[in-house]
Design a protein around this ligand. Structure first.
Ligand SMILES: [Zn+2]
Length: 352
């Protein structure tokens, strides 16, 4: 039996088909002990899947507080102030009326639990399955905004993400545990993304266990990436760094916060870049995991804040093409830094 979860952790992996599985977990504050020889914590879903790569999302440096993060405006926003979706109508539909009923195996499993109690609704870009409209409405508003924010930042037009993603919203702890027990996700999972689907455990209770917007935005970012870059496997650091950075930035932008200077929050962003880049799987000890997430976020933050942010897609493309971090940086930002050591020095000093 799990001890009561205290801190947030998230997990991510990708299958050979490019489907991303990102898990948000609630773990105890004690370090997770893992067997490094085991494809932990998931068995591959596809026979040709690459080695499992999964990792806890480290708890916030200051538990209980969510530090505001830098809030870059999406590209073009300054010229044409587009505030993103605010009012998101939730249109309840019968199952048979849904625009697409293709769900994953886990989705089918979810829908079979207390089958008659599921309600369904569509928004512009998502299909939600839920028990209570109140929570579904909140999730709908946030995932639509996160999708808009991430897609806009990546310069992605609507035609690149036309098919609606399914979102499964659980509110009952026992029901969620039952569901997780029927999937390959670890028993202590609180939420996860698989491909472009989101499985969320949204508790009704207030308090530290409450599902928070930053977590939702982090997982939604993974789902949006899966939607925009099908069949692509992102380097571990870029995937988690992007989700951490964009998740925080989306929430801040939605709330109208414009805060810089919170790089100080990333106290553990001290992993050498060579080590960071070499990581193909999540480390098994919590300290290294935190370093991975924070250093990754710092690196994405540095590229977005200190380098011309409109080149980020070019950088992502270089990284996805298999180029090294050094080569990608020098190819895309070569006019901004003297050489690689110069980039490393500037990154080290970066504290915004
Ligand atoms: Zn993640």
């Amino acid at each position: 039996m799990q001890t009561p979860p205290r801190s947030q952790t998230s997990w991510f992996r990708q299958t050979a088909g490019g489907g991303a599985l990102a898990l948000l977990l609630l773990t105890t504050t004690r370090a997770q002990t893992t067997d490094p020889n085991k494809p932990w914590p998931f068995a591959p879903r596809a026979t040709s899947a690459p080695p499992a790569a999964a990792t806890p999302r480290p708890a916030a440096a200051t538990p209980g507080t969510i530090a505001p993060v830098a809030t870059p405006r999406p590209f073009g926003a300054a010229a044409a102030p587009d505030q993103g979706p605010r009012e998101v109508p939730l249109v309840e539909k019968k199952w048979d009326e849904l625009v697409n009923k293709e769900v994953s195996k886990d989705g089918t499993t979810a829908l079979e639990i207390e089958k008659d109690k599921w309600k369904h609704a569509e928004t512009e870009n998502f299909i939600l399955h839920y028990r209570r409209a109140t929570e579904a409405q909140k999730v709908a508003r946030e995932v639509e905004y996160d999708l808009w924010f991430v897609a806009k930042t990546l310069g992605a037009t609507k035609d690149r993400y036309q098919r609606k993603s399914h979102v499964f919203i659980f509110e009952d702890e026992d029901e969620w545990k039952k569901f997780v027990g029927l999937t390959k996700a670890p028993a202590w999972s609180a939420s996860f993304a698989y491909g472009d689907e989101l499985f969320l455990n949204v508790r009704r209770t207030e308090g530290p266990k409450r599902f928070d917007s930053n977590t939702l935005a982090h997982e939604t970012t993974h789902a949006v990436v899966a939607r925009l870059f099908p069949q692509k496997r992102w380097p571990l650091w870029l995937n988690e760094g992007w989700a951490e950075y964009m998740g925080g930035a989306s929430v801040a932008a939605r709330k109208g916060q414009s805060v810089k200077g919170h790089q100080a929050r990333l106290r553990l962003a001290e992993m050498p870049l060579a080590t960071l880049e070499a990581l193909k799987e999540y480390p098994s000890d919590e300290a290294s995991v935190r370093q991975l997430y924070q250093t990754s976020e710092k690196l994405v933050r540095f590229l977005m804040d200190e380098m011309p942010k409109e080149r980020i897609l070019q950088f992502i493309d270089a990284a996805l093409a298999g180029k090294s971090l050094r080569d990608s940086v020098l190819e895309v930002y070569g006019d901004k830094v003297k050489d690689w050591p110069d980039f490393e020095k500037k990154f080290e000093k970066f504290t915004k």
